[in-house]
Design a protein around this ligand. Sequence first.
Ligand SMILES: *[C@@H]1O[C@H](CO)[C@@H](O)[C@H](O)[C@H]1NC(C)=O
Ligand SMILES: *[C@@H]1O[C@H](CO)[C@@H](O)[C@H](O)[C@H]1NC(C)=O
Ligand SMILES: *[C@@H]1O[C@H](CO)[C@@H](O)[C@H](O)[C@H]1NC(C)=O
Ligand SMILES: *[C@@H]1O[C@H](CO)[C@@H](O)[C@H](O)[C@H]1NC(C)=O
Ligand SMILES: *[C@@H]1O[C@H](CO)[C@@H](O)[C@H](O)[C@H]1NC(C)=O
Ligand SMILES: *[C@@H]1O[C@H](CO)[C@@H](O)[C@H](O)[C@H]1NC(C)=O
Length: 344
Amino acid sequence: MADDLCFITKDTLIIKAPKKSPLVLRMIVLVFAMVCGIYICSMCLKQISIRAKPKIVNLHLAHQPCQPTGIEQWEIPYVHFPTPKTYDRSECACNPVRFFAILSMQRSGSGWFETLLNSHTNVSSNGEIFSVKERRDNISAIENTLDKVYNLDWFSSASKNECTSAVGFKWMLNQGLLGHHEEIRKYFNRRGVSAIFLFRRNLLRRMISVLANTYDRDAKLLNGTHKSHVHSAHEAEILARFKPTINATLLIPNLKTEENTTARALEYFKSTRHIVLYYEDLINNRTKLADVLEFLRVPQQDLKSRQVKIHKGSLSEQVNNWDDIHSTLKGTQYESYLQADYHM
Ligand SMILES: *[C@@H]1O[C@H](CO)[C@@H](O)[C@H](O)[C@H]1NC(C)=O
Ligand SMILES: *[C@@H]1O[C@H](CO)[C@@H](O)[C@H](O)[C@H]1NC(C)=O
Ligand SMILES: *[C@@H]1O[C@H](CO)[C@@H](O)[C@H](O)[C@H]1NC(C)=O
Ligand SMILES: *[C@@H]1O[C@H](CO)[C@@H](O)[C@H](O)[C@H]1NC(C)=O
Ligand SMILES: *[C@@H]1O[C@H](CO)[C@@H](O)[C@H](O)[C@H]1NC(C)=O
Ligand SMILES: *[C@@H]1O[C@H](CO)[C@@H](O)[C@H](O)[C@H]1NC(C)=O
């Protein structure tokens, strides 16, 4: 386009120039045509480059007014001012937002932990968003989903929108997290996402909970609906009536595999800012929750959950083949799993 314009200008000017004009006049016309051409070309180039990166320019402009205040130097990479596409953060536009992800395994208390976090005025933890397979089909699907969450454009019952100051979700290790660990770690470190590991110390109890929950998926003990979490002692009691049978032959290999999975997760994300929590500690020691709020840099508040624990008390009453399990674990490194490990 620019070239065409240049030629047209040059041709018309040359045609108009009289044949007998002196050399000087021709030179002036030629120089004029060249300057004109260069000017047009440079304008075209400028427009192309502006069109190529409009987003970056806009983001810089939008971010400039918000300056993090009262934070320590090390926190700067972890402080964000998202600009959601779908609404305006209005009076909270310059409240800094922290990004987090709860990395856990099924039946490790993460549902309960998340309801506690969401009882905080400024925390939005959006649930197990990667339980939907299309969102974790490949790394670009994963990153798109993460971008939406951290841009505060994800809507769930937990979203607090404009005045959220910590936003995240829970992510099970087997939902693409370990599979794409390298890219995800890079994403976390690039965008300043902090990880909250939540594990269960007693993996035997977790196994019982997994088996019972799997059973209930088909049996639907609560009036024909399957529930993973309950809000009354009565419902908990009904669900706890089912006593799973644990395959004693596979027990130790399965426990080893779980330990390995946990250890790998910690290894992969050791360079990400993180905190490691255990369900048993959270139950026994409420000051652990204060540690979590401190980690997320949100104001201290009392956290509450309406969830009721399903399996409580002695393990021997929760398993069908207790004698088998007992003799399998007795004298091994897993013997401590046979003991009750917390008091309710
Ligand atoms: C927390 O939320 C409240 C109410 O929505 C808001 O007034 C306050 O500024 C928020 N605090 C932070 C630290 O974002
Ligand atoms: C990634 O997965 C999404 C959702 O399934 C799909 O639409 C997209 O085409 C995939 N992209 C690549 C690069 O495979
Ligand atoms: C099942 O439904 C009946 C009638 O609505 C109710 O009384 C009962 O509590 C329910 N049971 C459970 C376990 O939810
Ligand atoms: C335990 O699992 C093994 C391997 O899958 C299987 O061969 C065995 O029959 C199972 N035992 C019981 C009691 O189900
Ligand atoms: C997990 O198991 C794999 C394969 O058995 C092994 O190569 C790896 O070192 C283990 N990782 C950890 C952290 O234990
Ligand atoms: C409870 O947790 C806090 C902080 O994590 C710790 O300092 C304290 O020793 C714990 N208390 C008990 C009784 O374990």
